[in-house]
Design a protein around this ligand. Structure first.
Ligand SMILES: Nc1ncnc2c1ncn2[C@@H]1O[C@H](COP(=O)(O)OP(=O)(O)OP(=O)(O)O)[C@@H](O)[C@H]1O
Ligand SMILES: [Mg+2]
Length: 117
């Protein structure tokens, strides 16, 4: 199992949701975050030009998946998130040790598979 973390532009979030739905990746958390991706804003001052590190608004998807759904989740984030411009975001894949469905006590792969799937 992996935790796939995708940080995307807020305006692409709905496209990512649609791509995830089409990939049958169910179950994820979404939050608003601020981040920095290496872009530097040039600021004119009376002594010349300086640079300022700004934070930009992003949306963070956290998707816990069984191994078979790692690639579909990554593809959905890329497909929905890409505009081709600098700042489209990043994806991090981290090992996931344990998942528990609270209602049933089911663990791991049976816990990341939605009921009815
Ligand atoms: N190394 C990192 N660690 C944690 N978060 C990051 C990292 N790089 C980028 N992010 C997050 O992703 C957001 C978008 O990053 P961004 O798309 O600018 O990445 P990039 O690697 O600079 O790609 P690009 O060349 O398209 O700008 C950042 O605002 C930040 O929230
Ligand atoms: Mg960047």
């Amino acid at each position: 199992m992996k935790l796939v973390i995708g940080i995307v532009r807020p305006e692409q979030a709905n496209d990512v949701l649609e791509s995830l739905y089409n990939s049958e990746v169910n179950g994820f958390s979404v939050s608003r975050v601020q981040g920095h991706g290496g872009e530097l804003d040039r600021v004119e001052t009376y002594r010349g030009t300086t640079v300022k590190m700004g934070l930009s608004e992003k949306v963070r998807f956290e998707i816990a998946v069984s191994d078979a759904f790692v690639d579909p989740a990554i593809e959905a984030l890329c497909e929905g998130g890409r505009t081709g411009e600098v700042g489209d975001g990043k994806i991090f894949v981290v090992p996931l040790e344990r998942v528990v469905r609270i209602r049933t006590g089911e663990t791991d792969d049976s816990a990341v598979t939605p009921v009815g799937a």
